[in-house]
Design a protein around this ligand. Sequence first.
Ligand code: NAD
Length: 259
Amino acid sequence: MGSLEKQVVLITGACGDIGKATALAFAKHGACLALNDLVSESGADALVSEVRRLGAEAMYFSGDVSNRKAVDHLVSSTVDKFGGIDVCIGNAGIVQPSAFLDTSEENWNKHLSVNLNGCFHVGQAAAKTMVSTGRPGKIVFISSWVQDVPWENLTAYCVAKSGLKMLAQCMALELASHNITVNLVAPGFVNAGLSGRLFKENPGLIDQAVKMVPLGYLMSAADVAAAVEMLCSPAAAYMTGATLLVDGGNSLFLRAKNS
Ligand SMILES: NC(=O)c1ccc[n+]([C@@H]2O[C@H](COP(=O)([O-])OP(=O)(O)OC[C@H]3O[C@@H](n4cnc5c(N)ncnc54)[C@H](O)[C@@H]3O)[C@@H](O)[C@H]2O)c1
């Protein structure tokens, strides 16, 4: 994927497991990385150093993707530093499991603000820059297999990811004439990041999850990063509005109650 050399790649939620794996994958291709997360600049030092050690340029911008002003600042700072944006990866996300009857308005709003609004903000701001600079672009959102499969105790998360799928499809439709593609990666059970932490808290869940995966093992953050890379490579030139489902086949199962 030599075509990514010197391409400007913006990644939100870059200090998390999937964000970091993605940043390192793009760094190996010599991309210029604009990295965002909530943590302070010093909290991102290790990631920025690792990216630079791989020979890539990197800048870190702390900011909340659910805040439009913060996202506009992130995008304009990226343009000031690197001259434009070629690839935008909306990855920042949260999960706070809650049974539907117990789901608070705060829990609901938080999922939509970060997981859905955050991608709207960064996707729109990046697309405006791509259009105004006349650069073709690639936008990839990290969704989840639950964008299409309702899942217990995850109503707000599932709804946000389902909305994200439609956001990507609408963007793909309107941005195609600007030579911008918009696609989603839908991972399954990742043994890292959000679900990795849930697995650590409840080790019994790992066995249950593995039983649901026809390939017989959980995926890694690097597997997600590889799918993002693929969507940003020439192999995906004719893909837009599409979901790349990377779940080891687990959405092929209908889970039996209490299995
Ligand atoms: N881990 C999984 O099993 C899994 C499965 C499917 C999809 N995903 C998706 O992958 C993405 C990355 O998740 P992860 O598993 O690496 O989790 P993670 O917690 O390791 O990383 C998420 C990162 O997003 C950052 N973040 C949270 N809120 C933010 C905000 N408002 N603004 C900016 N940054 C913010 C966090 O600080 C964190 O560094 C998420 O969108 C998640 O929904 C994860």
